[in-house]
Ligand binder design. Structure first.
Ligand code: APR
Ligand code: PHB
Length: 445
């Protein structure tokens, strides 16, 4: 068995785990990331693609913003469409210059894996039988199999960044966890099409046949979604049927509609709202989808994951640098305040724009009145804009060891060295026969 000693064991190499690993690295804190899927699978997984202003600032401040700078599409506004008419909401004008950036989550993950590899800190893909134990002790353990080898990671803390279906949340005793859950009676059928986006900005459409969303990934790739039943087999939808339905729902009276192109990816995703609280048990900290799921209508999933790990990075930095646990103790409460506001916003966007199977004519008129008010009241538009671009961060970037002002440069070497010295002071003395850092994944070099 290989014994690996580290400060923070991270389960999952999605956005949450990779962002946390890099934030810790920038503060001289060691981590081991363990992912059960392959590197290709993680990078190719098509997910949402809207980054809040704060997430963009975070990626730049962490020095991992060059792909985003090159290929991200800044959007200063979005459209809400109903009754055959699009209404623009000017996000930038309503929020004092803030915007969102469209950049695929898989691109974010690709950039972060590259950054991780450069740090030469361990990242294991295709780990089998991942488990966590001794969570209530000061020496929690993360075990897994890798290339036929049994590995045991001995940590000070474990970060459960393993998504909704991971093993960390279920490792918390049921008696200490409260779960809040709502499953929606519909899902989204999403496609990626080789078509020039026919709008520079996203279009959220309410239609009597159901919700539709126009988005994009690049100047030549259009991303579109349709509300469908939650368990809809994708085989029910030929490409022709998809385009027909897109046109019916999205076309507006002024003649706008999406451009058609070859469909290169399609899938159906169910929708739910979910929160598990608290987000900490002993020395296990949950972050991202492991602790909460939002329906994608508000585009908050990745952004919430980023915000959790920023809060966690500050807490771990304070623990190692100042030997204080106050930020670790407040981690769950600080995250959950933002999580619940994002839950409320995502639920509202979802309920206002989707057709519920049991909706009656009263519900239809109420939805239309809601959208009519939204698109005609500056106060209502400002409220949507403020939430869509992202509420103010819980933690100033500098509190998590990042440069003030969002420079795209990584932390200066001088500062890292100072932090590293403090971390080394804190590290427990090696147990005889226990290697401090073992193997890096050879596939990653
Ligand atoms: N062991 C190791 N890794 C695991 C395990 C396990 N038992 N179970 C799951 N994982 C991995 C998954 O393969 C995935 O790569 O954990 C990672 C979790 O990543 P995400 O699901 O992307 O979750 P998170 O990092 O919290 O990011 C949240 O992802 O689902 C979207 O909309 C969501 O945008 C949001 C973002
Ligand atoms: C996307 O581009 O994938 C996307 C955009 C906005 C959303 C959800 C997904 O609300």
């Amino acid at each position: 068995m290989s014994i690996i000693r580290t400060q923070v064991g991270i389960v999952g190499a999605g956005p949450a785990g990779l962002l946390l690993g890099h934030l810790l690295h920038l503060n001289g804190i060691d981590s081991v990331i363990v992912e059960n899927r392959s590197r290709e699978y993680v990078i190719d997984r098509v997910r949402a693609g809207v980054l809040e202003q704060g997430t963009v600032d975070l990626l730049h401040a962490m020095g991992v913003g060059s792909g985003l700078q090159r290929a991200g599409l800044r959007h200063d506004g979005l459209y809400i469409s109903f009754d055959g008419q699009r209404h623009r909401i000017d996000l930038a004008e309503l929020t004092g210059g803030k915007a969102i950036t469209v950049y695929g989550q898989n691109e974010v993950v690709r950039d972060l894996i590259e950054a991780r590899v450069q740090t030469q800190r361990p990242l294991y893909f295709e780990a089998g039988r991942v488990s966590v134990t001794a969570l209530e002790s000061t020496t929690p353990t993360l075990r897994f199999e890798h290339n036929g080898d049994e590995c045991e990671v001995r940590c000070d803390f474990i970060a459960g960044c393993d998504g909704f279906h991971g093993i960390c949340r279920p490792a918390i005793p049921e008696s200490v966890l409260t779960v809040y859950d709502r499953v929606y009676p519909f899902g989204w059928l999403g496609i990626l099409a080789e078509a020039t986006p026919s709008s520079d900005e996203l279009v959220y459409t309410r239609h009597e046949r159901g919700f539709a969303l126009f988005s994009m990934r690049s100047p030549s790739l259009t991303r579109l979604y349709l509300q469908v039943p939650p368990d809809e087999p994708i085989a029910n939808w030929s490409d022709e049927a998809i385009w027909r339905e897109m046109m019916v729902r999205m076309s507006t009276r002024d003649g706008w509609r999406p451009n058609v192109g070859r469909i290169i990816q399609k899938s159906v995703t169910p929708m739910r709202s979910f929160v598990a609280a608290p987000m900490r048990h002993g020395h296990l900290f949950l972050a991202g989808d492991a602790a909460h799921i939002v329906p994608p209508t508000g585009a908050k999933g990745l952004n919430l994951a980023a915000s959790d790990v920023l809060v966690l990075a500050r807490a771990l930095k304070a623990f190692y640098e100042d030997h204080t646990t106050a930020y670790l103790d407040s981690y769950s409460d600080v995250c959950l305040r933002r999580v619940w506001k994002a839950q409320r916003f995502s639920w509202w966007m979802t309920s206002t724009l989707h057709r519920f199977p049991d909706a009656n004519p009263f519900d239809d008129q109420r939805q239309i009145a809601d959208l009519d008010y939204l698109t005609s009241s500056r106060a209502a538009m400002a409220s949507l804009a403020e939430q869509y671009v992202g509420l103010p961060a819980e933690v100033p970037l500098e509190d998590a060891g990042l440069p003030i002002g969002g420079s795209s440069e990584p932390l200066a070497g001088r500062r890292r060295d100072a932090v590293q010295a403090q971390v080394d002071d804190h590290l427990p003395v090696d147990v005889p026969g226990v290697a401090n850092h073992v193997v890096h994944d050879p596939d990653l070099r």
